[in-house]
Design a protein around this ligand. Structure first.
Ligand code: SF4
Length: 377
């Protein structure tokens, strides 16, 4: 089964901490962008490696909710016409409070979106402003309420932690408020000063002080305990879900399933051979120019050999609660994890375990994930 990712690289303004590819929506390509996506989709027609039907679709960004419901409807009809959309497909869209109205949300729902990911980020107004977010606490609450009224039964909320000046009691209050909104899913990211962002410059100049590593670790564990205590499964480093609501699209990434990426800045993964990753360069003018010439704008980013594919299988799978299934690893590669990585497994003995047929890190070890996983790469 195929997944489809559509990157919508437009926002109302640029948040100072963000290093995703997006530009403000006054950009000249904004109005024709949905048409360009449909043109890119047409280029994959009939290719063996992109056979439908599509089992999950994800509109990410940027701010996909800047597209009118009629444009989302047009895109979904084009996808259905070209590749087919499975009857039970998960169709997600990221949306920002402040860009929504009840009727827009009803329009997205009617177009076929059945999972909404709302970029709340925090309920603390001072911290919302520090993050450069344009929406307010009351717009956050209003967006959740409208989403439910519009018929969304699968709602995900974003939460950013390790914010400047945040305290553990403050985070506990935040967790309580989020739980009161009863989302089916939560994505929780620690704030980091990504290279080249205005936030990084402010941190370098001392204008903003981010919490230290100890607070980050305490906050991560506070979220883990608070949300698991409220009935959410911590199913991936940054993601929590009520039973049955893990994001199927993202699970596909972590299981190295094929995914076609459309739009400037989008990535694709082809599972054939040991796997290939492709990227559409993050350049809107080049994207438009390539499509006007009838050319596929994607470029090959990485071609895996068997050894690299094994390393990536561990890198992605160990991010998740369910880990890496030993039987399916052996089926794919013809060897078991401990046979191909005996020294590495020994080295990680205090963190990594194989239980019930799967290799896993405990959630506490996820705090060290970036360091621990290096041994396999
Ligand atoms: S709205 Fe999201 S994608 Fe857009 S600039 Fe802010 S964080 Fe980045």
């Amino acid at each position: 089964m195929l997944s489809l990712y559509l990157h919508i690289p437009f926002c109302k303004s640029k948040c100072p901490y963000c290093d995703f590819f997006s530009v403000v929506d006054t950009h000249p390509v904004f109005a024709e962008y949905p048409t360009l996506l449909i043109q890119q989709l047409a280029l994959v027609d009939g290719r063996q490696d992109w056979q439908g039907p599509v089992s999950s679709i994800y509109f990410g960004g940027g701010t996909p909710s800047l597209l009118d419901p009629a444009e989302i409807d047009r895109l979904l009809k084009a996808i259905d016409g070209q590749l087919g959309i499975a009857a039970d497909a998960e169709i997600s869209m990221e949306a920002n409070p402040g860009t929504l109205t009840l009727s827009r949300l009803e329009g997205y729902r009617a177009a076929g979106i059945n999972r909404l990911s709302l970029g709340l980020q925090t309920q603390n107004l001072r911290q919302l402003r520090q993050l450069g977010r344009l929406h307010s606490r009351s717009e956050n609450l209003q967006a959740v309420d409208w989403a439910r009224q519009a018929g969304f039964r699968n709602l995900s909320l974003d939460l950013i932690f390790a914010l400047p000046g945040q305290t553990l009691p403050g985070l506990q209050e935040e967790i309580r408020e989020y739980c009161e909104l009863s989302p089916e899913h939560l994505s929780c990211y620690g704030l980091t000063a990504e290279v080249g962002t205005p936030l990084e410059a402010s941190v370098r100049e001392g204008a903003i002080v981010l919490p230290d590593g100890d607070f980050y670790a305490e906050a991560f564990l506070c979220l883990h305990e608070g949300l698991e205590g409220a009935g959410y499964e911590h199913y991936e480093i940054a993601n929590y879900a009520r039973p049955g609501y893990a994001c199927r699209h993202n699970l596909g990434y972590w299981q190295r399933r094929p995914c076609l990426g459309l739009g400037a800045g989008a990535h694709s993964f082809q599972a054939a051979k040991w796997g290939e990753r492709w990227v559409v360069p993050a350049d809107l003018e080049a994207f438009r120019a390539a499509l006007f010439q009838g050319k596929d704008p994607s470029e090959l980013l990485e071609q895996f050999d068997r050894r690299a594919a094994m390393g990536e299988t561990l890198y992605l799978g160990l991010r998740t609660r369910h880990g890496v299934d030993e039987r399916s690893f052996r089926k794919t590669f013809g060897v078991g994890v401990a046979e191909v990585f005996p020294e590495e497994v020994k080295q990680l003995a205090s963190y990594l375990e194989c239980r019930d047929g799967a290799w896993r890190f405990q959630p506490e070890s996820w705090l060290l994930f970036d360091r621990l996983i290096q041994v396999f790469l």
